[in-house]
Ligand binder design. Structure first.
Ligand code: NAD
Length: 700
């Protein structure tokens, strides 16, 4: 008997219909594989059944493995669904809607035919969680569509839309009808008597171009630095070309087992779950009625406002854009148009898509014109009086129930909300630059923010493709606040004798796409220069950074001026080490009376990251972030922290709270107050507790 709690078997018109029903997305959870085996066996045994259909209930075919089962001991099933489907003496048709990913597609590849609705997507995304398709996918896909296309799909892990999958040969037929079950039954009847059954395992794999696999290894070298899974994926597909099927399967299994409990796979699984957990705000009442967001407005058409408006348009939400002057508005619209045009030119956006998105962004010149919008996001200059003036106007103009959000980087949300008569409708919505690209959205709760406002802002972020993360109201909120100590140590280590290129190399070797000094040069050194000047004017004890100050004062503002920390050739963004920078560093440091010394790579890495770990602990103990894993999500999606290291706190946990605490305590002695160890860190060091599982009291 089939396990009819998760897999049903019914016979209709001589066709056995196997339906996987394991909400929400029919992952291959407990009992699903066994249920499919039992159903196939039942269908084979039933003389009334001529052919079978495998499909999913609800919104998807089979969306993949149950990731929670990886890395834990599992019983080996008597028979795997893959073998049962493929060996069936009666044809089985996979009927795909929604997603057929990972183990889902691997099951479909074991069926004798595959049909799909036009909106379906297929793929083998295992590499994204540090493993490889371990259900025969690396052996069957190359046989079905050739080694080159299979290699590209498996190494990228991308989702392939059904029409492309049909062109590649993964899908036999796209069915246009609305009733997939009926279409599948009709299809199964048509092919029921055809013999021999087409089995992918019996297909001859096309010859690979010589050099295909080595070329792929070279092309991923930068992206896949420090990782094993992409290379194992290549090796597994190579085995499909060089080994007989059964031997290839054994190779795939061996490579899979090497990856399943690797550091990177554990980190990537952790990141996957951290990104789900981040949406959960346990202190909010369940089933809060939330306002619908159908239209949006953005005030301030600058760098951030333009990017935010694009995020709305990119997700089909009409958005009105307002600025102080017609000129600024026109400039902003021009920049948006240019940004889209660049994507079209690069081939990452279709012209038709640009033509659909651009008209969704409407420039307007008055507050009346936006008063009816469901949400407004303010992105004007970072000055409290300017923001307060805007919020007073928004309060007067916006319809009741509208969300009033500020993209401030660090200003006090309560001081902004205080100028309105509806502080409950106000929250922070802190995007990261470039706002249409970066995934992170920090949603900042003010003292009077209503639960429904907070929940609606979190949901809004997800609706425009962001990962929304909760932050309490404090200077810099959570992401930037936890990053500031890193930036400070970066600056101070240069004074002490570490060179920018050494620090950059340490961080690139660690896994960042660029080193922090190269990033500074790219963004421009003048912005943080202005911030330091402002802070110094406000605070007599402010510790400035005379070296980058000197660079800016010499006109070295980064890439845009041809020199900053590095030197740049005209029209080229490649940083070149500059002896002039070394001279400036020595001169300024000597003037400050600081003796230069050498640094080990480990000291550099730890000074940068331990300082941030310590701050993250302070943020958690103050309840400004809910979970250590939320901070990890922010570092992954806001700062380019290497995903295969899980995130700042996951990485730190690998070292352990005790070791980090001891080092920080030593630096506290040596460098003073900025290294005061967080209370939470001390407690975890003493108890042997986990950094990555640390939570604020608010999250319980
Ligand atoms: P920007 O200078 O590029 O843009 C600001 C825009 O606001 C300009 O177009 C300006 O004309 C407009 N503006 C100023 N006063 C106005 C008013 N009274 N009414 C309407 N429009 C007005 O600045 P930006 O970099 O886009 O930053 C905007 C906000 O986003 C700031 O609060 C900043 O702290 C925050 N932020 C910036 C970044 C970043 O990396 N640039 C990241 C996150 C958040």
């Amino acid at each position: 008997m089939a396990d009819d709690t998760v897999v049903r078997f019914e016979v209709q018109d001589g066709i056995g219909v196997i339906t996987v029903d394991y909400p929400p997305v029919n992952a291959l959870g407990p009992g699903v594989g066994e249920g499919i085996v039992a159903a196939v066996e039942q269908g084979e045994a039933d003389p009334a059944v001529a052919a079978m259909v495998l499909m999913g209930a609800g919104r998807s075919f089979i969306a993949g493995a149950d990731i929670r089962r990886f890395g834990k001991p599992r019983a080996t099933p008597k028979r795997r669904s893959y073998d049962a489907l493929e060996a069936s003496s009666k044809p089985v048709v996979a009927a795909i809607h929604g997603y057929a990913l990972g183990g889902g597609l691997e099951n479909a590849l074991c069926c004798h035919y595959r049909i799909a609705v036009p909106g379906a997507k297929v793929g083998l995304p295992e590499v994204l969680i540090g493993i490889l398709p371990g259900g025969g996918g690396t052996q069957r896909l190359p046989r079905l569509i050739g080694p080159k296309a299979a290699l590209e799909m498996i190494v990228s892990g991308r989702h392939v839309p059904a029409p492309e999958a049909k062109a590649l040969g993964i899908i036999d037929e796209i069915v246009e009808g609305r009733d997939l079950r009926a279409e599948a039954i009709a299809y199964a009847k048509r092919i029921a008597t055809l013999r021999p059954l087409p089995r992918v395992r019996d297909m001859t794999v096309k010859q690979a171009d010589p050099g295909l696999f080595d070329t792929m290894r070279q092309s991923i070298a930068r992206r896949a630095r420090n990782q094993k899974a992409p290379y194992h994926c290549i090796a597994a597909v190579e085995a499909a070309v060089t080994q007989p099927f059964e031997e290839g399967l054994r190779t795939e299994r061996r490579l899979f087992e090497e990856l399943e409990n690797s550091e990177e796979a554990r980190a990537l699984r952790y990141a996957f779950f951290a990104e789900r957990e981040v949406a959960r705000l346990p202190f909010l009442p369940k089933d809060l009625p939330l306002p619908e967001i159908r239209t949006a407005a953005v005030v301030g058409a600058g760098t951030m406002g333009g990017g935010i408006a694009m995020s709305f348009a990119d997700h089909g939400i009409p958005v009105k854009l307002l600025d102080a002057s017609p000129e600024a508005l026109a400039r902003g619209m021009g920049r948006i148009r240019d940004n889209y045009a660049v994507s079209v030119k690069r081939g990452s956006l279709a012209q038709a898509e640009m033509d659909r998105r651009l008209p969704l962004i409407e420039p307007v010149e008055s507050y009346e014109a936006i008063s009816d919008c469901d949400v407004v996001i303010e992105a004007v200059f970072e000055q409290l009086p300017v923001k307060q003036e805007i919020f007073a106007k928004l309060d007067a103009a916006m319809k009741p129930g509208a969300l009033l959000l500020s993209n401030t980087s660090a200003l006090d949300i309560d001081a902004i909300a205080a100028v309105t008569r509806r502080p409950e409708a106000v929250a922070g919505a802190h995007f990261f630059a470039p706002a249409n690209v970066m995934k992170l959205l920090e949603v900042v709760e003010g003292a009077k923010t209503a639960p429904a406002t907070l929940a609606a802002a979190m949901k809004l972020g997800r609706a425009i493709g962001k990962i929304s993360a909760y932050a309490g109201n404090c200077d810099g909120f959570v992401a930037n606040r936890s990053r500031v100590p890193f930036n400070i140590e970066q600056g101070l280590m240069v004074e002490e004798g570490a060179l920018p290129e050494q620090i950059d190399k340490v961080m690139v070797d660690f896994g960042y796409p660029m080193g922090p000094f190269a990033v500074n040069d790219m963004s421009g050194l003048d912005v943080s220069y202005q911030t330091r000047k402002r802070r110094a004017a406000a605070d007599p004890n402010y510790r400035g950074l005379p070296i980058p100050d000197r660079l800016v004062e010499m006109g070295r503002k980064g890439q845009k001026t041809g020199a900053g920390w590095y030197r740049y050739e005209k029209g080229d963004r490649t940083p070149h080490v500059d002896p002039e920078t070394h001279r400036i560093i020595r001169e300024v440091a000597a003037g400050m009376g600081i003796e230069q010394r050498s640094f080990t790579d480990q000291e550099i890495l730890q000074r940068l990251l331990f300082s941030s770990v310590n701050e993250a602990c302070k943020i958690l103990e103050e309840g400004k972030a809910l979970r250590a894993s939320d901070i990890d999500v922010m570092w992954l999606n806001g700062f380019g922290f290497p995903r295969y290291r899980g995130g700042l706190m996951f990485w730190a946990d690998g070292i352990g709270a005790r070791e980090i605490y001891n080092q920080i305590a030593a630096w506290h002695q040596r460098y003073g107050a900025r290294w005061r160890p967080a209370e939470l860190l001390r407690r975890l060091a003493e108890s042997g507790g986990s950094l990555r599982e640390a939570q604020s009291p608010k999250s319980r």
